[in-house]
Write a protein of this length. Sequence first.
Length: 146
Amino acid sequence: MFNPNILLGNIIHQPALAAIIQLLARIALAAIFVSSGWSKLSDYAGTVAYMQAMQVDGSLLPLVIVAELGGGLAILLGFQTRVAALGLAVFSVLTALLFHVGGSDATQQYNNGIHFMKNIGLAGGFLALMLLGAGRLSIDHWLERK
């Protein structure tokens, strides 16, 4: 009988494939944070206005940019991956709670619900990355071998 768990287990236990899968996971998780951090940096004033409209102090924006852009790049490159992953997991949950709860109408509530769950899913992915580490195709692996 075909058992996909055995097939996937065999794939995962091949070091080259496991390294590629871990790299792809890091790219997928990092992409949204690098692009979001860059867009906040590019439209600084607009982002401050949005944060203030959401009752969040706009002076926190530099920390947000460092978290998104810096954390995203750390995940992408596999540098201090476990620390960056934990930080972005916490950041994702906080962002969900601050920006994606409720709404003024049914459409906004629906969209916020989707974004809330997306952030919770990202947090789960980052916690898994924290547990598993960056993999062989990373700066962390290179530094550990030295």
